[in-house]
Ligand binder design. Sequence first.
Ligand code: RP5
Length: 164
Amino acid sequence: MKKVGILMGSDSDFPIVEKAAITLEKYGVPFEMHVYSAHRTPEEARAFAMNARENGFGTIIAAAGKAAHLAGAMAANTTLPVIGIPIKSSTLDGLDALLSTVQMPSGLPVATVAIDGAENAALLAIQILSVSDEELAKKLTEARAAGAAAVLEKDRIISAKYAK
Ligand code: RP5
C-alpha cells in the first residue's frame, strides 16, 4: 500500500496533527510524519515533495499555521495529491492559515480541509488511496454505516424524550 506523508510546519502543530496519525493507524494505512517548514527548512520540505512519489507515497498531508505555505510548497514540487490542514494559531483564529492554504493559483491544487481538520485530512487521504484498494474502500463503507447508526441511535434517544 502507498504511504501517506504527514508534514507539519512546527512541532507546536503536533497536538492537532496527531489526530490524522490516529485515524491512519485505525485504518492500517502506513505513514511517515515530519516537521518541515516552508520557511524555516525550505530545502528539506522541497526535497521531501520532489522525492515523495518515488519514495512510495500516495498522498501528502501538510499542516501549518499563520502564513501557511507548506501545503502550497508541497504542491509546487509534486504531482501527488496534497491535502492542506490550516492550523489555528493564537492570532486570527486560523483564518490566516485557511486563506494561505486554500487560495492556490490555477494549476496547483491543494485540497484544503477545515481549520484544525486533521481527522478529515486523514480520511480524505484514505479515500484517495481507496481508489486502488478494495480493502480500504470496504473499511470506509463500514465506518460510514457505523457513523450513521450512531447518529440514528442519538435521534432515537432525543426524539423519544419529547415524543407526545
Ligand atoms: C507555522 O507557524 C507553523 O506551522 C505553526 O503553526 C506556526 C507557529 O510555529 P512556532 O512558532 O510555534 O514554531 O509555520
